[in-house]
Ligand binder design. Structure first.
Ligand code: OOG
Ligand code: NI
Length: 268
């Protein structure tokens, strides 16, 4: 079976190199001598059959992951699945969502068909697809703005392509911070903004999962028309609660996830 650590380290490196606040928050945890365990890593894609959730999941299935849950986000026109490593509860879960192309307006569908689903683009295989980024070349800022009108998710994917969208620190394993409230204060006191859509804390102990996330870093990206600042990736924090069986809840809460997606919404 293929090794996980190399894949995850490489994904994390690219993620922290693109997002300065991720790197700084990670360093803050390290300088506090914290134990950083990743609850999950998230990816985004389109439901085109050559790059859909099942295609992105392949590298994980090859490493012993199994499909555990699926989710639907009506308004955002997304579906998602999560995967867990069998017999290894300390391995990060994998959350992969996809944009349902056929549910979009004809105009947006046409933009994506023209700019992303180009038949002459060769699709990297398995592991490489997870790092492929934007394989359709330098994006156009006017197409980005058109996409934003209908789907923040489509616009984000058009610029950033295939990569880790976020890593998530599992609060349960931190030594010096117990609650998500404390974690949020720590993040804000250090000068980072949290996503407050639906409240800073999404979910409740009754739902066995509480989550919060930073607002995505605004980074300068190259477009055909020049360089523009756009939201890239964010850092997420999660606290899981034990089920009556004593085992920690391992799933995701669609209503919370719906708000977490908004961490990459366009802002100046
Ligand atoms: C995924 C948002 C949902 C969670 O943990 O519920 C999520 C995304 O932004 O791609 O990460
Ligand atoms: Ni997440």
């Amino acid at each position: 079976m293929k090794n996980n650590a190399t894949l995850f380290n490489r994904l994390f490196d690219e993620y922290q190199n693109l997002n300065p606040s991720v790197k700084k928050i990670h360093q803050l945890f390290n300088s506090n001598n914290e134990t950083i365990v990743n609850d999950h890593i998230a990816f985004r894609t389109f439901n085109y059959s050559h790059v859909n959730v099942n295609v992105l999941a392949k590298p994980f299935l090859e490493r012993g992951y199994k499909e555990k849950g699926n989710y639907r986000f009506e308004q955002k026109k997304l579906t998602a699945k999560h995967f867990e490593m069998e017999n290894n509860s300390s391995a990060p879960k994998i959350f992969i969502s996809q944009l349902m192309i056929e549910e979009l307006s004809d105009k947006t569908k046409e933009l994506l068909d023209t700019h992303i689903k180009e038949p002459n683009i060769s699709i990297p295989t398995s592991d490489d697809l997870l790092f492929a980024g934007n394989i359709w070349g330098t994006p156009s800022y006017s197409v980005y703005q058109e996409l934003l009108k209908e789907s923040e998710y489509a616009a984000w994917l058009y610029v950033f392509g295939y990569r880790a969208n976020h890593f998530t620190v599992l609060i349960n394993k931190l030594k010096h911070i117990q609650s998500l409230e404390e974690l949020n204060s720590f993040i804000e006191e250090n000068g980072y903004q949290l996503n407050s859509s639906g409240g800073k804390i999404k979910g409740t102990p009754d739902q066995f999962l509480e989550q919060s996330s930073t607002l995505a870093d605004i980074v300068e990206m190259k477009f055909k028309e020049g360089s523009y600042k756009v939201p890239a990736c964010y850092y997420e924090f999660a606290r899981r609660y034990p089920l009556p069986s004593g085992e920690l809840f391992g799933g995701f809460i669609a209503k919370s996830a719906d708000k977490i997606f908004e961490s990459t919404n366009y802002r100046k």
